[in-house]
Each structure stands twice: as structure tokens, then as C-alpha cells.
Design a protein around this ligand. Structure first.
Ligand code: HEC
Length: 149
């Protein structure tokens, strides 16, 4: 009797798992029309650590196609692009860019970005002390200029 109930529960779980795979999930890459351009070392850091969520050049690993993980990843990417899309960078006004540069450094300085749950599976995206220093040196002139106005 107990075995039978366990089997039924297992069957329900498997059926649900299969069923949720049919719920459509957005894992698309729109065209990257005006990608970020800046100093080479900064481009490299942003591409390595931020592009998966903050550009239209997201790399979608196989598990990003498997529900329910796909829901979390897709949500992070859609939200990330809303806040900051480095693939639209060159279409922003210089004022907007300055504001974004300020935000980028603020998030990195606080250690809030890249997201912890992302770093767990993407160790290469970790920012070294040297990476942070490079972003700081790049951002500080803009930050000072902004606070001056
Ligand atoms: C795994 C996805 C992911 C990665 C990788 C990632 N971000 Fe984010 N980022 C998000 C999400 C989701 C948000 C919006 C919600 C939030 O603030 O947590 C966000 C928000 C931001 C914001 C706006 C903050 C605000 O509150 O206005 C900035 C700036 C930012 N990220 C910079 C970066 C930088 C710089 C990197 C790389 C060093 C990076 N992010 C890497 C997902 C990511």
C-alpha cells in the first residue's frame, strides 16, 4: 500500500515536470544594434561578467531550457536587460551613459553584481580585485563629473 502511494506521487511529480516543459519561456537574443564600446579592458570585464544578463548577447546554457530553472534564468535576463542593456549603449545620450556608468560602479563596489546565484555556476565571471580597480578607475572621473553638476 505504502509503495503504491509512493509510486503515484512519483508519477505525479514526473508528469508535472514534463508538463511544465511546455510552458513557453522567453530565451531570445534580440539583435545587438549598438553594443557597448569603451576601453578594451572594460569591454572584456563587462562581456565576461555582465553580458549574460545585461546585453542581447546572452549565452543560454542547456539548463536554461529546462523548467523550472529556465523560469529563473529567463526572468533574470529580462529584468537585467530592462535595467541596463549594454547592447543599446551607443543609442543612449551621453548623460544617460554617465548615469549608467555611475550605477555600474555602485553595484560592483557594493558587491551586488554579478548576482551571487549566477557566480555559483559561473566562476569565471567573478571580479578580481584588479578587475574592480580597473572599473573604478574608468568610472570615477564620470562619477565626479556627475556629482559636480
Ligand atoms: C545573472 C544575471 C545578472 C548578471 C550576470 C549581472 N546582473 Fe546586474 N542585474 C540583474 C538583475 C536581475 C537586475 C535588476 C534587479 C536587481 O537590481 O537585482 C540587475 C540590475 C543591475 C543594475 C541596476 C541596479 C539598480 O538598482 O538600478 C546595474 C547597474 C547592474 N545590474 C550592473 C551589473 C554589472 C556591472 C554586472 C557585471 C559585473 C552585472 N550587473 C551582472 C542581473 C544580473
Amino acid at each position: 500500500m505504502k509503495d503504491k502511494i509512493l509510486n503515484i506521487i512519483l508519477l505525479i511529480i514526473i508528469t508535472l515536470f514534463v508538463a511544465i516543459q511546455f510552458i513557453p519561456v522567453k530565451t531570445n537574443n534580440p539583435p545587438a544594434m549598438s553594443d557597448f564600446s569603451g576601453p578594451e579592458n572594460i569591454e572584456a570585464i563587462l562581456q565576461r561578467s555582465c553580458y549574460d544578463c545585461h546585453s542581447n548577447l546572452t549565452h543560454w546554457p542547456w539548463y536554461s531550457q529546462v523548467a523550472p530553472i529556465s523560469w529563473i534564468i529567463s526572468h533574470d535576463v529580462q529584468e537585467g536587460r530592462e535595467y541596463l542593456n549594454l547592447s543599446n549603449w551607443d543609442s543612449l545620450t551621453p548623460k544617460k551613459q554617465a548615469h549608467k556608468i555611475e550605477e555600474i560602479w555602485a553595484e560592483i563596489e557594493k558587491g551586488d553584481m554579478p548576482l551571487k546565484r549566477y557566480l555559483f555556476l559561473h566562476r569565471v565571471a567573478r571580479l578580481s580585485a584588479a578587475d574592480k580597480e580597473a572599473v573604478k578607475n574608468w568610472a570615477i572621473p564620470t562619477v565626479e563629473e556627475e556629482s559636480f553638476h
